[in-house]
Design a binder for this molecule. Structure first.
Ligand SMILES: *[C@@H]1O[C@H](CO)[C@@H](O)[C@H](O)[C@H]1NC(C)=O
Ligand SMILES: *[C@@H]1O[C@H](CO)[C@@H](O)[C@H](O)[C@H]1NC(C)=O
Length: 450
């Protein structure tokens, strides 16, 4: 046995000496500082890592953006001469006959080997490796290992925690949840620099169980709306945009939405259990039961697993006469149409419930970019970092509160308050990603002189 172990150790040693990966020496080749940006997810659906890559490239960094290519990435990624896309092979899907407990470890081993080989040998060494967390398995372990061998600095961009997301589906006492918590807190500490989506998350990462030591920089970088989200303030522009983006079946509502006698609500949802759509449905039922409610057209966008179930529920409630004056329509819109719809709406609704309590919904960021005030679920710590109660939106925790807020804001008496919230939303949306990035990550990476 001991002989076998020494043989393996000797093999590893020889392997390391022969196959030693090259190190980053600090001298860039004249083509800019090399930066690797890694997300173990679909690049097209990773807006924040896309914006990081574009900002680094814009400031002269040489970016290799590593991730899956499932949906088409942002067009600027494909045309930017300073960005090279490094596609990861999509891991094989689990055949129905193989149990999850057997398949998951095989998939992780496959991803680990592939990523390690890529980061150590295929790509040239980089000054920085910027990784998105979550997913943390196996990214954090592989990234910290390869950074230590290649003399790169590891920057972890914390969007949320993998283990709290897992916990919300598997339950807090599941062994996988406990294991992934230990893993994520241990390897999370190995990053040399940390970025977070909120101040609340930055505070939390300094304390147990994460306990990231104070000498490692921790910088909150708030998400900001993409340029495609812009307010539409002139009535004639709103009329033109709305007649273009309103789904065909809802065209009859156009005149009354434009003259304000019907209020246009927009909510986007992934139709998953962490966004309790029944809460909005009950609130609209309560709203419709109030005396003389202002008519509402609510457009719900997005795709997801529970959509069919809720469509059935909406149908039943409508047939029972419980939604008079409320029309709920669902749509899946192209991105540009979605951005215009937000800019034309009267109020945005957000049902996002945070699994960690310290992340923020990107869709509210986009709504503010389009100058749309929001009514959002508020029962988590970081809520106030984005929605300022009474200034650019309102928060609720129960369906009764949501119905009350809708009744107040949409009634003729609520017009002044809604107008004020709209101005607040336009103001909040004015600060964009470039500004936020240059003042934080740009300085950290030495790409922007402070
Ligand atoms: C590691 O990188 C730094 C710059 O980030 C450089 O100054 C240093 O010389 C490098 N170390 C080695 C061993 O190449
Ligand atoms: C690419 O980097 C150079 C500096 O190396 C910079 O001048 C240029 O604007 C960058 N291009 C883009 C499209 O970001």
């Amino acid at each position: 046995m001991a002989g076998l172990i020494s043989l393996v150790l000797l093999g590893l040693l020889i392997g390391y000496v022969v196959l030693r990966p090259s190190k980053y020496t600090g001298r860039s080749s004249g083509k800019g500082v090399p930066v690797h940006v890694l997300v173990l997810g679909d690049v097209g659906r990773s807006p924040r890592m896309t914006y990081h890559a574009l900002s680094i490239a814009k400031h002269g960094g040489k970016v290799r953006l590593i991730g899956y290519l499932e949906t088409s990435p942002h067009p600027d990624i494909l045309t930017n001469p300073n960005i090279t896309l490094i596609p990861l092979p999509t891991p094989p899907a689990r055949p129905a006959s193989v149990p999850f407990l057997l398949f998951a470890p095989i998939k992780v081993v496959y991803q680990t080997l592939h990523l390690t080989y890529l980061l150590l040998y295929v790509l040239p060494p980089s000054a920085w490796l910027l990784v998105q967390n979550p997913p943390s398995i196996p990214t954090l372990a592989v990234a910290s290992f390869s950074c230590s061998l290649r003399n790169s600095s590891l920057v972890i961009d914390w969007h949320n925690y993998g283990w709290t997301i897992l916990s919300s589906t598997k339950g807090p006492s599941h062994p996988f949840v406990k294991l992934s918590k230990i893993y994520e807190t241990y390897f999370g500490r190995l990053g040399s620099h940390h970025l977070t989506v909120t101040h609340a998350m930055a505070r939390q990462l300094r304390s147990p169980p994460y306990s990231i030591p104070p000498q490692k920089p921790m910088i909150p970088v708030h998400d900001r709306p993409a340029a495609i989200f812009q307010p539409i303030l002139l009535p004639e522009s709103r009329a033109a945009a709305l007649s273009n983006v309103l789904p065909e079946s809802e065209r009859p509502y156009l005149p009354s939405v434009l003259d304000g006698s019907t209020k246009l609500l927009v909510s986007s949802t992934s139709w998953t259990p962490d966004e309790d759509f029944s809460l909005l449905l009950s609130a609209l039922t309560l709203y419709a039961a109030q005396p003389n409610p202002v008519p509402i057209l609510a457009i719900i966008t997005g795709k997801g697993p529970q959509k069919e179930y809720y469509l059935g529920q909406i149908d039943v409630l409508t047939r029972q006469g419980k939604l008079p004056n409320v029309k709920i329509a669902t749509a899946f819109l192209p991105f540009e149409h979605y951005a215009k719809l937000l800019a034309c709406a009267d109020l945005g609704i957000c049902l996002h419930k945070s699994s960690s309590g310290v992340d923020l919904p990107m869709k509210v960021v986009d709504m503010f970019g389009a100058g749309l005030p929001v009514v959002a679920y508020s029962g988590y710590e970081s809520f106030g970092e984005l929605v300022k109660e009474g200034a650019n939106g309102r928060g609720f925790e129960t369906e009764g509160e949501l119905a009350g807020i809708l009744g107040g804001l949409l009634s003729p008496e609520g017009e002044a308050e809604l107008g004020m919230l709209k101005r607040g939303a336009v103001e909040e949306g004015r600060r964009r990603w470039d500004e936020e990035w240059e003042g934080t990550v740009g300085g950290l990476m030495g790409l922007v002189s402070c």
